[in-house]
Design a binder for this molecule. Structure first.
Ligand code: PMP
Length: 368
């Protein structure tokens, strides 16, 4: 018998678990991980190469531990686009927003503490909770996938969680959370504990509505988390960031590993930020494609959850897993997030979206 993971003294809560990850299958059309389908523009690729070459000369030294230049530029981006003044002291950055969330749970969660999310939502919140020893509470959502406010309030009052996650636009359902709902949940969380409220805005640039950054004013327990993986089309870069009261930035510094952001990551992100205007033009194109997909899916006869993101939840299927496989057999990879009856598709290039629409049209005909 071969030696395996179960023979190791892994923590009890990790036993029998599988690592997170969508299948990375080699098919012609991959619309399963909410990436931006457009490669970075060539002038930006050149600029990255230039800045990395420069940084390479200093790789004998550790990078700027506090990533001050990068945080300053991220603060400028947020101030310009978010309708709220954000300074370097309000911003923290890490390797993807997953790491930002991990650092937040290391600082505010941990053994003996709990976090709540309203599910279905981004499953990494629960997994990072597990990894940091934080207890997880699965909060309720309504039939239409909006947050059921009275039920959510009751859950917060009952469990008194240390951390509350609100994902807007939500993944995998695509719908945004109304600012009034966020405010009401913030009030409920403060009345119960007070607890930290983390608003995960990974997809906010694709939203019809505005960012919740202005809510940060006078709310020191609120954190807005962002990423360059989606709107900036830089999932491979691994750069996430947060905006919050400076005290929150002080708190995450207690748990971050020293020099966690490599010099290469920092200069690459800075180069991308120099090209913000060009990159955000792709966001406009993707929003149009998203809206086209919604309209066409409905015309074919599918149900669609209102989408403020670069992806769409569609259904309903009696067997979502079988439908996922049938779409894959037609050369298109979408995502089965385990929401019964529903699948998720990421908006791709017009050609990729056409291939997807052909596949689901075909599937519908077959089912009739
Ligand atoms: N939050 C949400 C809601 C997401 O969907 C994702 C990525 N799928 C992330 C955070 C993490 O993104 P990253 O680590 O690439 O910044």
């Amino acid at each position: 018998m071969s030696f395996g993971i179960d023979d190791l003294p892994v923590r009890d809560e990790l036993r029998g678990k599988s690592p997170y990850g969508a299948p990375q299958l080699d098919v012609p059309v991959r619309l399963n991980t909410n990436e931006n389908p457009y490669p970075l523009p060539e002038p930006l690729v050149e600029r990255i190469a230039e800045r990395v070459r420069e940084a390479a000369r200093g790789l004998n030294r550790y990078p700027d531990r506090d990533a001050v230049e990068l945080r300053t530029e991220l603060a400028k981006y947020l101030t310009k686009t978010g309708g709220h003044r954000v300074g370097v002291e309000n911003v923290w950055a890490a390797n993807g927003s997953n790491e930002v969330i991990q650092q937040l749970l290391q600082a505010f969660g941990g053994p003996g503490r709990t976090a709540i999310g309203f599910e279905p939502s981004y499953s990494m919140h629960a997994l990072i909770a597990r990894g940091t020893g934080t207890g997880w509470i699965s909060g309720p959502r309504g039939e239409d996938f909006t947050i059921d406010l009275p039920a959510a309030r009751r859950a917060i009052a009952e469990h008194k969680p240390d951390v509350v996650f609100i994902t807007t636009p939500n993944n995998p359902t695509g719908n945004a959370v109304a600012p009034e709902t966020v405010l009401a949940l913030y009030e409920a969380a403060q009345a119960a504990k007070p607890s930290m409220v983390i608003v995960d805005e990974a997809y906010i640039e694709f939203s019809h509505g505005a960012s919740l950054l202005p809510l940060l004013a006078g709310r020191p327990y609120l954190v807005v988390s962002r990423t360059m993986s989606k709107a900036f089309g830089a999932a491979g870069l691994r750069l996430g960031y947060l905006a919050a009261h400076p005290a929150v930035v002080d708190a995450v510094q207690l748990v971050r590993l020293p020099y966690h952001l490599s010099a290469i990551t920092q200069v690459t992100a800075l180069a991308a930020l120099e090209h913000t205007d060009t990159l955000l033009k792709y966001v406009e194109q993707l929003k149009c494609e998203r809206d086209r997909l919604v309209a066409e899916l409905r015309a074919i006869g599918y149900a669609v959850t209102e989408s403020d993101a670069n992806f769409i939840q569609f259904g309903r299927f009696t067997d979502a897993q079988a439908a996922w496989r049938q779409i894959l057999d037609r050369g298109v990879l979408v995502r089965d997030n385990g929401v019964p009856g529903w699948l998720r598709v990421t908006a791709g290039t017009p050609a990729e979206n056409d291939a997807f629409l052909d596949a689901v049209r075909d599937l519908k005909k077959e089912q009739e």
